[in-house]
Design a protein around this ligand. Sequence first.
Ligand SMILES: [Zn+2]
Length: 93
Amino acid sequence: MCSIDHRPHSDKYPPIDCRVCTGMVMNKINFLEYSDIILDYCPSCGSFWLDKGELETMHSYIARVDSGAHEIKNRIAYDFLIRLSRLMYSIFH
Ligand SMILES: [Zn+2]
């Protein structure tokens, strides 16, 4: 079965196992509508995992919103994205 929502980038990376739960495969979720940000989410412990390059994707997405080029439809998810982005930035820079 195919869905029109099933875009190619969903399969850019294979599913991965949760780093916390043994033998639990993480779900792929499109974090915000129309964004290319695909997070791996563990339904068991709630952990998130970012694939390589998605931090940059998050930053460019936030920049598009800041510049007014993109309108936010889900404010709660966007606020979470900003917090997550800042957290990731503080870890990796
Ligand atoms: Zn887990």
